[in-house]
Design a protein around this ligand. Structure first.
Ligand SMILES: Cc1ncc(COP(=O)(O)O)c(C=O)c1O
Length: 284
């Protein structure tokens, strides 16, 4: 296998040779934020939105943004160019940096910047999936895209043990999101997704769908969704940058609607695909 090239603190180096200190606060505390940016047919998709969210996560965590918007864009572009795959996933991580272990960060610590590219093909599919529900036991700032993902890892393992691919979280009887995706439901022709709050990540794919469907039929209502609405929905689908739109056909072992990807999913998916193919691949 040809070693891929990554970016670490100002240099492009083979991934197998990239090293960081064990004292990096990302390793010690999960004191880091990240982004996953898709590249379709060689063009980066929704880059400004991902970089904006990176900045929002950094600001919320009070980690200084180590690079200008122009530098971020240039590095992402160079990394894509160094890899031949037309469909890639650019992973970006910024940790607070390396320092003696202390919860209170020193003000002079320099952030660690890491980017890598992986092939996206193995992840891309719209094959229906089955999910389980579980109480949302994550913290109260799920809008920050932090690398502290133990709860999501545990939830994915829980889903796998039950023969499912994803977990949908329920907090106080309401749907928040899934372990690594946002949730949409359709009932009697009405499409809903939970409103933005500290309890969910502002998914770039979620926000794009809300934008694309604004003023169309169906449009999306950003409204709370109860667990009962979820389990009695005609259709349910999940969205994320790497998997795009994925229909859910069983929840906790029970079929969603007639147990197939539904007509609204197909419609919304074709609107998304049209956008992506006509003008979705942006370079800046
Ligand atoms: C918890 C969570 N929610 C939602 C999403 C979807 O966000 P996006 O569409 O920006 O990939 C992700 C993606 O990784 C996620 O981890």
């Amino acid at each position: 296998m040809v070693d891929s090239v990554c970016y670490l603190n100002g240099h492009f180096v083979p991934l197998s040779e990239a090293k960081i200190s064990v004292l990096d606060r990302g390793f010690i505390f999960g004191d880091a934020v990240y982004e996953v940016i898709p590249v379709f047919d060689g063009s980066v998709f929704r880059l400004p939105e991902h970089l904006k969210r990176l900045r929002t996560s950094l600001a919320a965590a009070a980690i200084p943004d180590p690079l200008s918007m122009h530098s971020w864009t240039t590095i992402v572009g160079e990394l894509i160019g160094l890899h031949r795959g037309h469909d890639q996933m650019i992973y970006v991580q910024v940790s607070r940096g390396v320092a003696a272990r202390d919860h209170m960060p020193r003000p002079d610590v320099k952030p660690t910047v890491f980017l890598m590219s992986s092939p996206l093909t193995w992840l891309r599919h719209s094959d229906p999936i089955t999910v389980v529900t579980t109480e949302d036991f994550r913290w109260g700032r799920c809008d920050i895209k932090t690398t502290s993902l133990l709860a999501s890892v545990m939830s994915r393992m829980h889903a796998a043990r039950l023969g499912s691919q994803e977990t949908i979280f329920i907090r106080s009887g309401l749907v928040t999101e899934a372990a690594a995706s946002n949730v949409f439901i359709a009932k009697s022709g009405v499409v809903k997704t939970p409103p933005l709050s500290h309890q969910i990540l502002a998914g770039v794919t979620r926000n794009l769908l809300v934008e694309l469907l604004d003023g169309t039929d169906p449009s999306v209502r950003e409204e709370p969704i109860s667990q009962i609405e979820l389990t009695s929905a005609d259709e349910v689908w999940l969205t994320s940058s790497s998997r795009e739109l994925v229909p859910v056909i069983r929840i906790d072992g029970k079929p969603v609607g007639d147990g197939l990807a539904g007509p609204l999913f197909q419609r919304v998916k074709s609107i998304y695909e049209f956008y992506k193919n006509s003008r979705g691949g942006e370079t800046e």
